[in-house]
Structures are given as C-alpha cells and as structure tokens.
Design a protein around this ligand. Structure first.
Ligand SMILES: Cc1cc2nc3c(=O)[nH]c(=O)nc-3n(C[C@H](O)[C@H](O)[C@H](O)COP(=O)(O)OP(=O)(O)OC[C@H]3O[C@@H](n4cnc5c(N)ncnc54)[C@H](O)[C@@H]3O)c2cc1C
Length: 397
C-alpha cells in the first residue's frame, strides 16, 4: 500500500487547487479522480459550465502558477456588473469604485481544471490516480485507508473534494442540512451579434432572474456569451425539450433587448440545491468546496467559496508546520472549520435572502426592492459606502 500525507478525493477545480496548495507546503499528496479530462484545444467550443472568478480566486490561481496558462487559453475579464428589476432601478457597479482593473473573469470550468492539472502533472510531490474511484474509507487511530476501485492508499489526512454528492462525506458519517430550490437553471451558450463585452448583467424577472456572462473570442457573427435562465422546474423542462431554433425565439422573447440578436450553440439544465455539511472535519477527514457546501448560483459564488476554503486550509497547515505541530491532528484541522464555516454560511444565507426577496409576489416587496436599487443610484453617501462594500465582498476582497 502506498502511503501519503494527504489523499485528495476529487480532482475538480477545488480538489486540484487544494492538492497543489498542500504540495507547495512540502506534503506528499495523492489525487483520486474518476474522469480523465479531454485536453484543451482552441478550436473546441466553449464549455457550458463557466464560472465568474473573483479577484480573490484569481490571486489563488496566480499563487498556484495557473493564471498565465488560463490567460493564454481562454478567459474574459469584466469591468462592470449591471443589476436591475425594472429599467428605472438599474444599478451598475464598476471596477473603478474599488480601484481595480476589473471585477473578475468569466472562465470555463474545464479551462480552470485543466490548468490546475497541468501544474499537478509536473509537481514531483503529487501522484495522480485517474481514472480511479473512491469506494470506501476506514479511519484508524494513527492513519486512514482509502479504498479505490484499483488499489488502496494510506493517508494521514483525507481531503473530500468530491462534489455535492460526496462519498467521503457519507463514509465519514458527516450529515448535511439542505433543500432543493423551487427553481432550476438553464445554461445556454450563444453567439452574439455584439462583440466581446466588458459587462456581466442580471435582470430579476417575476419568474426568476436572467443573466448574461460574456465569453472570450470573436465569432463569425460577433462574440460569444453564456446565458443563465432561472425559472420553475416545469418551464426549464419545457425549454430543454426545444430545438436550438425554438430556444432562440424563446430567449428573444424573454431576455432584455440589450442582449441583441443571438444564435444558440448549446444548452443544459441544472437543478438548484442547497447543502451544508454539519461538520467540515471529523477525525482526520476534511471537506472542501461543494462537498462541504452547495450554494444557490444566483451570484456565481460556488467555486469562489471553494477556493477560499483551499486558501484557509493552506494557511492553517502552513502555520502548524511552522510551529512544529502535528498538522493532521483534529485539533489543528478544526481551525480550518473555524476559519470557513461562518463565512460560507453568511454567503449562503445572503443568497437565500436575495432569492426569497426576488421570489416574493407581493407588490409592496417589489416597491421596496426597486426603491433600494434606486437609492443605490441616487444617494451619493450610499453610493460610495454600501456599493463599494458590497462590491468588495462579491469580489472576495
Ligand atoms: C448552474 C450553475 C452555475 C454556476 N455558476 C457558478 C459561477 O458563476 N461561479 C462560481 O463560483 N460557481 C458557480 N457554480 C458552482 C460551481 O460550479 C461549483 O461550486 C464548483 O464546480 C464546485 O467545485 P468542486 O471542485 O468542489 O466540485 P466538482 O466540480 O463537483 O468536482 C468534484 C470532482 O470529484 C470527482 N469525484 C466525485 N466522486 C468521486 C469518487 N467517488 N471518486 C473519484 N472522484 C470523484 C468528480 O468527477 C469531479 O471531478 C455554478 C453551479 C451551477 C449548478
């Protein structure tokens, strides 16, 4: 049986980032991942799964030496963020309000994952088990055994980054609280007549929000974008059954006119769920990313929270090593949970409050919502304090 300091289960964006962050501290790390990712090619069409990567996440990806590769492949910076319900309550946030060059980047999940994998393949302290699948774990006093389909590994610490339906979490006996939201989301990749834009926007409609995320590159028509359509499960099911031509017409009728003409390239529907692990750490098992928390994607914060988990874990373990402590002891690992739980909960609750507020049918609530948006635009004091604070929080600063 091969022995490691850490076995990371799940080589998605968060698992791969945590493996690199721990290997940078000098630990021997194994990564177990079910699927081999297809290599990047600039002629591939855009991945449907894209993320709005915050400035804090960009700092982590820079520290992990992935950012140059991501920039060379495909990423789309945005400087402005527009939010509104009715046209007269339009609020625009700008990077100049927090003295940064941009507010973030829209990047395909695959591009982020592949850039991390490129670094992992070249790292002498990382061993990859891919394709292989976690079957079960056994915890003993001094070590744990990680049973895969093809082999068994020994570990001082098991990191569960195996996503929303984490097997590490259930094998460790960690429960969850959560629910399914009433709405689903449809992701639609489109060609736009408008060229690549520096704005991402979201309009709150009575049936759910619609969002525009610019993608990089120039198409025959103009540019590319990822659209998100939140609606009832029944409506999303109906949209899923449409041809691209029919969906194009539906988008034209439902989205605001500022989108301009589009061609649908690809589409997929996703259920919206909230899950929060009751503990992030139990004995020598630790959860990160969606394995620990799945959040409503309304403000595109899911993977950004996962990257904050990675940064916190790296800091906790680096400090323990510097103080000659046993970095894998539960007492040390609980510092990670202390650093992350309240922050994740705050973001999850903020998203739920936003979701509940905009799902509320009452016209009184609607007036209050639009009043709040208009106040942000019209009152100079609110403008400089509330707006820039909200913006810095959303950017992970
Ligand atoms: C519609 C939608 C839009 C979103 N938009 C955004 C956004 O704009 N910004 C943002 O920050 N977030 C967004 N998110 C959330 C974001 O996609 C997730 O938070 C993120 O993908 C979680 O990453 P992860 O690495 O923790 O988990 P995952 O991406 O789920 O990765 C888990 C990995 O573990 C592997 N695995 C699972 N089980 C096993 C096993 N038994 N053995 C071996 N390997 C295993 C899987 O193959 C996978 O590679 C969105 C989510 C949705 C649904």
């Amino acid at each position: 049986m091969e022995s490691f300091d850490c076995v990371v289960v799940g080589g998605g964006m968060v698992g791969a980032a945590s493996a690199l962050a721990l290997a940078h501290l000098g630990l021997q790390v194994a990564v177990v991942e079910k699927y081999v990712a297809e290599p990047f090619s600039s002629t591939q069409s855009h991945d449907l799964r894209v993320s709005a990567i915050s400035l804090a996440s960009q700092h982590l990806l820079t520290q992990l030496e992935c950012w140059p590769q991501i920039s060379q492949w495909r990423s789309c910076p945005y400087k402005r963020l527009g939010v509104w319900e009715s046209e007269n309550s339009y609020v625009e946030f700008d990077a100049t309000e927090i003295n940064t060059e941009n507010l973030g980047h829209i990047i395909e999940n695959r591009v982020i994952q592949l850039s991390l994998w490129q670094q992992m393949i070249n790292h002498k302290s990382i061993t990859l088990y891919c394709p292989d699948t976690l079957q079960s774990i056994e915890q003993f006093e001094e070590h744990s055994e990680v049973h895969l389909s093809k082999t068994t590994l020994l570990a001082k610490l098991i990191v569960g980054a195996d996503g929303a339906n984490s097997i590490v979490r259930s094998q460790a006996g960690i429960g969850i609280t959560g629910w399914d939201y009433q709405q689903s989301a449809m992701l639609i990749n489109v060609e736009t007549v408008l060229l690549q834009q520096d704005i991402t926007w979201q309009q709150f409609l009575p049936s759910g929000p619609v969002a525009f995320l610019p993608l990089s590159g120039q198409s025959e028509q103009g540019g590319y974008a990822s659209l998100v359509w939140y609606d009832s499960k029944e409506k999303i099911k109906q949209l899923s059954s449409m041809s691209n031509k029919q969906l194009q017409q539906a988008v034209f009728e439902h989205f605001p006119k500022r989108l301009g003409a589009i061609n649908v390239i690809d589409k997929a529907a996703f259920p919206l769920t909230r899950r929060h692990a009751n503990q992030y750490q139990k004995h020598r098992v630790l959860l990160l990313g969606d394995a620990a928390h799945t959040i409503n994607p309304l403000a595109g914060q899911g993977v950004n929270l996962g990257f904050k988990d990675v940064k916190a874990l790296q800091t906790v373990i680096a400090n323990a090593i510097a103080n000659s402590e046993n970095w894998y002891e539960p007492a040390i690992l609980s510092r990670y949970e202390k650093a992350r739980r309240a922050d994740n909960l705050l973001m999850m609750t903020t998203m739920d409050a936003l979701y509940a507020s905009f799902s509320h049918p009452s016209s009184l609530v609607k007036v209050a919502r639009n009043g709040a948006f208009m106040a942000l635009n019209k009152l100079p004091f609110l403008n400089t304090t509330v707006k820039s604070k909200a913006l810095a929080y959303a950017c992970g600063l």
